[in-house]
Design a protein around this ligand. Structure first.
Ligand SMILES: Nc1ncnc2c1ncn2[C@@H]1O[C@H](COP(=O)(O)OP(=O)(O)OP(=O)(O)O)[C@@H](O)[C@H]1O
Length: 716
């Protein structure tokens, strides 16, 4: 079976080949010089392209620096080598053992059925060709027969072929599911890191297995006929001409095979790369869906679009590049298999006559002509069979790519199972930081233990205000992105007037809500689970439509939401703090890494993050950072953007009380007005008002009495 992508690639190759043929034809046959120049140009271009291919290998390896968090970072050479070699055959053998476990399995039986049909097809085509060859009249009839035969062949072979294909796919998928989903293997594979971490496991389990099985069953059906032809015609040729000529032909193909192997681009690796890029593309889309709410709150669509475009661009660039290489190789193959092989074939024919061997001496010209014509036909058939096998090499190389992807998955699961229960080696923290040469280890006095912290934060507040006023003067009035039955009005404060919070499913969560919050008045929102606390902010963030009433609020960019689950973007450590800004935005605003270090130090006084990683490090930050570190990053991001209002949705649960206090103090220094969603009483100390939802649609707005902050909350 062929994928749409293969069809597109094949089409573009065919189109390019046709164009080349047209180009050759367009030149007058009399204009031999022009033809030669063009031929030389084409060969020169091809050689140059292949040379360029090898010289840009390293460049290609660096593709998409952003999307490396899921890549296998293994030093194991066998995992990286993707070619038709001993490793390929060993891996293929292992997979075949999985998909065809015994000769009594139904997969083996269906394969045998397919084999007998293929055999019958070959015998039938040979006998039809023989009959057709005898009678010129039959030649006309042959066309009809061939057509009927072709249709029959397609129907007879394609049904069992697809049956075998799906049987293999089922067996392999079931095996992988069993291994991957055994115990906590799937967790270890994606979270325990190291060299056994599986990149794009979903892509491997779904698409790569399918591609592997497709190419394998496809290969089986296409390899059969040329092999049989090879045996048949070699036997006939040896009978009439002896071993010399067929051996010469074989020798030519062996030498050209070696030549091809030397200059052939590594299609196996390119195919594996293609799968990896497709996996990355799927991952970035998946992340967008999984973290849609957090991204929407951060207004991160621009940044996410950049990431998705970059990932798509990688696939597009790679696919175009592979199509181009396939086109060149197709031309080279045609040259090797058709033209050069014909020259060698004529040599094979002429040599026995010239040397007078194998019964050629003493024959008259008519007999020699008869032998020559018969032998030519046999030789052409043999050359075609070998040629088809040579071209099959391209398919096998392609299959090597999928074999390596599927094998890596199986090998990594096996290794995880073996090593997953062993204890971890403790590494000295100093070793970690000294290994990372890019990390500048700040001393505590260096950054924050001095008394300049409040002064620096005041200065930071001034810079942020300045940037905001520049941005405001250049941007137009913001419009509400979601409309409903109510009104959004832009203002300098937040006010809810007769607003009812209604979920997308029509559930009334809070009725007729009325409150007003002026800048620098912090509000704590409490209430039982599912009472609508986060939903209030979905309305404030314009994610949900306003059912009724009026909401007066600043612009969307002046309110920042810090969700329960901190969102971490694909990219560098720097990108985590500045999200959804890019490094270019940061530089444009005159903000430096040193500024970021100040901000991070506020919430991470022991430098647990900056001592481990450098600003340019790219990691899978979801797994690399601890729960508390993720929350610290989210807080540093809040200070970086310094919005007028911030919504903290249970986002300090994993940091110590001391750091939590520091966060609230810093927000105060920076002039950020807070809405905090929390059940923890001690946080009331940092707030002026409390909004309490009772979970039945009711609510209560009270001023917090700071002399009585330990009083328990009055909901169950
Ligand atoms: N996208 C959605 N579509 C439909 N219903 C939703 C959606 N998001 C939340 N809800 C529903 O709205 C209700 C309130 O959810 P919300 O997240 O506001 O609760 P909460 O008070 O923040 O709860 P918790 O304390 O558990 O975080 C819940 O019943 C929830 O099922």
């Amino acid at each position: 079976m062929t994928t749409t992508q293969d069809i597109v690639q094949n089409r573009s190759i065919r189109r390019a080949q046709q164009k080349l043929v047209q180009l050759f034809d367009s030149i007058s046959p009399k204009n031999d010089l022009g033809k030669k120049v063009l031929l030389l140009g084409a060969i020169g271009g091809g050689v140059y392209s292949l040379f360029k291919f090898y010289s840009t290998q390293n460049e290609n390896k660096k593709q998409s620096g952003l999307i490396v968090d899921n890549k296998v970072q293994s030093n194991d050479k066998s995992k990286k080598r993707v070619t038709v070699d001993a490793v390929f055959f060993r891996r293929l053998g292992k997979i075949i053992k999985i998909i065809i476990p015994s000769i009594r399995s139904k997969e083996f039986l269906s394969l045998m059925f397919l084999t007998s049909l293929l055999l019958a097809r070959t015998m039938l085509s040979v006998s039809i060709a023989e009959i057709a060859g005898r009678n010129a009249q039959n030649l006309v009839a042959r066309k009809w027969k061939e057509m009927r035969n072709g249709v029959l062949k397609f129907a007879v072979i394609s049904i069992p072929a697809s049956f075998v294909n799906s049987a293999l796919k089922k067996r392999l998928s079931e095996y992988v599911h069993k291994e991957y989903l055994e115990g906590v293997n799937f967790y270890k594979a994606s979270h325990l890191g190291g060299s056994n971490k599986i990149d794009n496991a979903d892509q491997r389990v779904t698409s790569d297995i399918e591609q592997f099985c497709n190419s394998m069953s496809n290969l089986y059906t296409t390899v059969f006929k040329p092999v049989l032809d090879l045996i048949l015609f070699t036997q006939k040729l040896v009978g009439v001409m002896g071993w010399g000529s067929p051996m010469l032909m074989f020798g030519y193909f062996i030498i050209s095979g070696f030549l091809k192997r030397i200059i052939m681009p590594p299609f196996g690796r390119l195919t594996a790369k293609q799968s990896e890029l497709e996996g990355n593309y799927r991952t970035v889309h998946q992340r967008l869906i999984t973290n849609a709410e957090e991204i929407a709150f951060y207004d991160g669509s621009k940044k996410e679009r950049e990431i998705i475009n970059l990932s798509f661009g990688d696939i597009f660039k790679h696919t175009s590049y592979v199509s181009y290489l396939k086109c060149l190789v197709g031309i080279f193959d045609g040259f090797l298999v058709k033209y050069c092989a014909s020259i060698v074939g004529y040599g094979c024919m002429a040599l026995p006559i010239y040397l007078g061997i194998k019964g050629t001496s003493g024959k008259d010209s008519t007999e020699l002509t008869k032998d020559y014509i018969r032998n030519t036909q046999l030789m052409v058939a043999l050359a075609q069979a070998i040629g088809q096998l040579v071209l099959l090499g391209n398919k096998i190389t392609n299959m090597a790519g999928y074999t390596s992807r599927v094998s890596e998955l199986l090998e990594m699961i096996k290794s995880i199972k073996e090593r997953g229960s062993s204890t971890f080696t403790i590494v000295n923290e100093d070793d970690i930081s000294s290994n990372n040469s890019a990390v500048t280890t700040p001393t505590t006095t260096d950054i924050y233990m001095d008394n300049d912290q409040p002064a620096w934060l005041q200065e930071w507040r001034r810079r942020c205000d300045q940037l905001r006023s520049i941005k405001r003067s250049s941007s137009s009035q913001s419009m509400p992105s979601v409309t409903g039955g109510g009104n959004f009005i832009e203002g300098e404060f937040i006010k809810f007037e007769n607003v009812s919070i209604v979920s997308p499913e029509g559930k009334l969560l809070v009725t007729d809500l009325n409150f007003e919050v002026k800048p620098h008045q912090n509000v704590m929102i409490t209430g039982p689970n599912g009472s609508g606390k986060s939903s209030l902010f979905r309305i404030l963030g314009e994610l949900w439509p306003l059912h009724c009433g009026t909401v007066i609020k600043p612009r969307k960019e002046d309110i920042l939401f810090v969700p329960q689950k901190p969102y971490l973007v694909l990219g560098t450590l720097r990108d985590q703090i500045i999200y959804p800004h890019s490094a270019e935005d940061m530089a444009r605003n005159g903000i430096t890494d040193e500024d970021l270090q100040h901000l991070l130090q506020t919430v991470d006084p022991n430098s647990t993050i900056i001592r481990q990683w450098a600003w340019d490090d790219v990691k899978d930050w979801f797994t690399a950072l601890s729960g508390g570190q993720k929350q610290r990053i989210a807080m540093a991001r809040l200070f970086y953007h310094r919005p007028q209002y911030a919504i903290l949705d249970e986002c300090t649960s994993a940091v110590s009380d001391e750091v939590e206090g520091k966060i609230y103090e810093t927000c105060k220094t920076l002039g950020i007005t807070l809405f905090t969603v929390s059940h923890r009483q001690q946080l009331r100390a940092y707030h002026d008002y409390q909004l309490l939802f009772d979970g039945r649609g009711g609510w209560e707005w009270t001023k917090i009495d700071h002399s009585d902050i330990n009083k328990p909350l009055s909901y169950k």
